[in-house]
Design a protein around this ligand. Structure first.
Ligand code: HEC
Length: 144
């Protein structure tokens, strides 16, 4: 019993430490991560519906789509300054290959704008392209 409690506490400290290490404090880096966290939240909503974990809700899907479209337009804004932060996973190549990075943000914007959230079927049909656009940029410009 005592061992279990200790293990649990140690586990909680480790998890807390990891969460802390992942959050940037530099204002520019934090703005990037906040935008990306909002992307993650929107994709969680849409993915949950597509997988059938939550009921399809056209209004919630449209709101999540609007978040993605707005964030795509803001990526070049929040990434403009190459601020460094030990907790940032932004690769330096973003600023040496800026046009390509911005083009990938544009691809993400197009895929998000093309997402038809009026029905579950159309949502399912378009969501793969959005996820692909997230992944294409992460592969090139986000450290794992
Ligand atoms: C144009 C490039 C690009 C696109 C498109 C993109 N990301 Fe990111 N993403 C990044 C980079 C770069 C980082 C690392 C930012 C940092 O740590 O400074 C990141 C980080 C993240 C993080 C971690 C944030 C944190 O708090 O550390 C999440 C979650 C994320 N992205 C989700 C998404 C999702 C979901 C999509 C698509 C809906 C997406 N991203 C589209 C480049 C992109």
């Amino acid at each position: 019993m005592k061992f279990t409690t200790k293990t649990l506490i140690l586990g909680l400290i480790l998890v807390g430490g990891l969460a802390y290490a992942g959050a940037a404090t530099d204002p520019d880096a934090k703005a990037r991560q906040d935008l990306m966290d909002a992307n993650g939240g929107a994709m969680k909503v849409l993915g949950g519906m597509a997988k059938g974990d939550v009921a399809f809700d056209a209004a919630a899907a449209a709101a999540a789509k609007a978040t993605l479209v707005a964030n795509a337009g803001n990526i070049p804004v929040v990434f403009k300054n190459q601020s460094t932060d030990p907790a940032s996973k932004a690769k330096p190549e973003i600023w040496t290959a800026w046009d390509d990075f911005a083009a990938k943000a544009g691809d993400f914007g197009k895929a998000s704008a093309a997402l038809d959230t009026t029905s579950l079927d159309t949502l399912k049909a378009g969501l793969g392209a959005v996820g692909g656009a997230c992944g294409a940029c992460h592969t090139a410009y986000k450290a794992s």
